[in-house]
Write a protein that binds this ligand. Structure first.
Ligand SMILES: *Cc1c(COP(=O)(O)O)cnc(C)c1O
Length: 419
């Protein structure tokens, strides 16, 4: 069993790591409320200080003064490609192969539709039951819409994936890092298996981008999608992104053939003619305000460097697991994330029978994680603004909540709409 930290982890030793942390200064680039320990950046990243100024710039001089001229003078029209190129650096992709646009769900629809068209003699999308629901819903909806034998085939266990890839399989669609447990798939290995059976590989990088290096080109992935509002700190509802391997750019048209994907949108021609290259994956007018804000978080991630972020992420999650297992022993927690750090993303999940109430009690104490069915306490470790000492403090709060059973108060059992 892999253990890089020992039972002797102390708050002082972790605070010492904060002193020598090469990423320590990035915390000052974020606005974080006093008295809050934020471990939910895997769901909604914290706000970069620069985001307020970026929003002010778009709302003030650009929209407020220059009005429609800003499409040209402020670079609004180029934002999907400019952000796309920056995200490409984080996922190991080349220039002009990524666009920032729409939502992860909508982008998944586009790339799945293209992938199915590229394998017309095959009808099956293979995935796993544990995938994030929207991914499964989009695949189900598209299969039903196309009819004629199209279907989504899900496996209960990742070990069953190779056997599920057959000569009827058009697409393997997976999320790289599992949203519940943080368990990570072998992106390159599974892409190779998909290709060996003649299928294409579509990856959802929602919990990977900004958390760890992803080599989509090196792995030979066909398409990838993901969010910017999680580890990239892009802001609520910030635009998603879409990667397509260059070989798939000009072969097939994607189905949402809106004017932003047209070869010459301002010719206003009545005939759709797709743009050459990644631009054809755009559909309509983009949320410029959200895009301008999202760029601040992406820029910070590029400045920090994804390898340094990954190194700190592993150290933080190792420290948290070690302190929780030591200090909360016998209090009903079971680690639900892979123990081996190379097999998990940047989050740690623990199972507890009363996880929902435990999380509400933690949040009431200022330790913000979240709850996921069934029975999971989820803690995201975002290295740009999380300190090593935070891992100790969060574990200690968890111990207090469990040891005192404060979670058993009625108010902590009340379910909110968003968990
Ligand atoms: C967060 C998340 C999404 C979100 O999709 P939206 O369309 O942005 O709501 C999709 N897939 C995965 C795996 C996610 O974790």
């Amino acid at each position: 069993m892999f253990r890089s930290t020992t039972a002797s982890t102390t708050r002082a030793s972790l605070a010492g790591q904060d002193v020598t942390d090469p990423l320590a200064d990035f915390r000052g680039q974020f606005d974080l409320p006093e008295g809050i320990l934020y471990l939910d950046g895997n769901s909604l990243g914290a706000r970069p200080k620069a985001a307020l100024a970026a929003a002010g710039r778009v709302l003030g001089p650009e929209w407020g003064h220059d009005l429609i001229k800003s499409w040209n003078t402020a670079g609004w029209f180029e934002l999907p490609g400019r952000l796309g190129d920056k995200i490409a650096e984080l996922i190991g992709a080349g220039k002009d192969t990524v666009v920032a646009t729409d939502t992860t769900s909508a982008n998944l629809f586009k790339v799945l539709a293209v992938a199915l068209k590229l394998r017309p003699e095959r009808r099956v999308i293979v995935s796993e039951r544990e995938n994030f629901p929207t991914d499964l819903y989009i695949a189900q909806g598209l299969s039903r819409f196309l009819g004629a034998g199209h279907e989504l085939r899900v496996v209960d266990n990742p070990a069953a994936l190779p056997a599920a890839l057959r000569d009827d399989t058009a697409v393997l669609m997976l999320t790289h890092v599992n949203y519940r447990t943080g368990a990570m798939h072998d992106l390159a290995g599974l892409t190779r298996l998909a290709h060996e059976c003649g299928a294409l590989a579509v990856w959802d990088l929602a919990h990977s981008v900004g958390a760890l290096p992803v080599g989509v080109v090196e792995a030979g992935a066909d398409f990838a999608v993901g969010c910017t509002y999680k580890y990239l700190n892009g802001g609520p509802g910030a635009p998603a992104f879409l990667y397509a391997a260059p070989s798939h750019h000009n072969s097939i048209e994607q189905p949402l053939s809106g004017w932003w994907g047209h070869a010459a949108p301002f010719e206003f021609s009545p005939e759709y003619r797709p743009a050459k290259g990644i631009g054809r994956f755009l559909c309509g007018t983009q949320p410029i305000l959200s895009m301008a804000v999202a760029e601040c978080g992406i820029d910070l991630m590029l400045e920090a460097g994804i390898d340094r972020v990954r190194a700190k992420s592993i150290a933080l999650t190792e420290a948290f697991i070690s302190v929780v297992e030591e200090r909360c022993a016998g209090l009903g927690l079971t680690l639900a994330s892979p123990r081996e750090p190379s097999l998990r993303g940047s989050q740690v999940s623990f199972h507890h029978d009363q996880a929902y109430a435990v999380m509400q009690a933690l949040i009431a104490r200022g330790v913000i994680g979240d709850y996921r069915e069934p029975g999971l306490l989820r803690f995201g470790f975002t290295p740009l603004y999380t300190r090593y000492a935070d891992a100790w403090d969060a574990a200690e709060s968890l111990r207090e909540v469990l040891a005192t059973r404060v979670w058993d108060r009625p108010e902590f059992h009340q379910r909110n709409a968003v968990t």
